[in-house]
Write a protein that binds this ligand. Sequence first.
Ligand code: SF4
Length: 319
Amino acid sequence: MNKVSLKKIKEILSMPLNDLIFKAQTVHKSSFPKLDIQLASLLSIKTGSCPEDCKYCPQSAHYNVDLKKEKLINIELVEQAAIRAKKNGADRFCMGAAWKKLNNGKDLDLIIKMIKAVKSLDLEACVTLGSITKEQALTLKEAGLDAYNHNIDTSPEFYKEIISTRSFDERLETIQNVQEAGISVCSGGIIGMGESWHDRAKMLEVLANLTPQPESIPINSLVPVRGTPLENRDKVDSLEMVRIIASTRIIAPNSRIRLSAGRKDLSKEAQLLCFVVGANSIFYGDTLLTTENNDMLNDKDLIAQYNNHHKDILNSKGL
Ligand code: SF4
């Protein structure tokens, strides 16, 4: 029996925005009293030529996209990027490889070295490498890995419309392998691929009923990329993002909710509203694997405005 029912999720998703914002903020302040925002830096360690056919993804080998492909990069490049991320104030360093699955041998060996290099800088290490086995998950855990990203993307039913080269159940299998190895799960989805509100609710139902719930839940809005089958989809309305993030906060009170791809298209005010209703992690850096991300200085300014007293007002005097 599911802990959080579909009916309940639909009730939350459909609340008047005013009530939804209030409820989500109440849950958020009680679960994360410091209201801190985690800064995650993301590096693509192997880019493009992916055998999967995810319709939203410029890295798929199935589509003709203008993208600079790259083989697995060397350890020095990872170290340099991690040092830069640390200097810029990142908490977590995420590495993504466009693979169907992780291969044992030289790929796995290099990934282990990369994780160790990131951990030696006192950064949290997260990777996303496609499907992994139980044994591989245990090996990554031993190397010091904190989190593994494996998004479910959408509802089990709509998944088939978006990806044909793997099944939703295979996704869940890797998530289970990661959980059993004692690694935190980072898993979320994408809004704006043509899914219905029913699909969105079903996606949240799957995430909410993972045991334990994911440590982080990235909520992405589709960035339509020319050459991919979803290139002509409309951008997601910012208040739909707010509604989904607020609902996710209520049903997964202790997860870090990451406002991820598509953030660049949100106004400062829309991003702040997402923080207010429970988003408390962002990807921080100029690129997001292959699409453009927000400017780091603007991000620092935005977070300061969200969290700090306004010193000019505090110190202001009358004439
Ligand atoms: S989303 Fe990941 S698995 Fe799918 S095509 Fe892109 S890189 Fe490959």
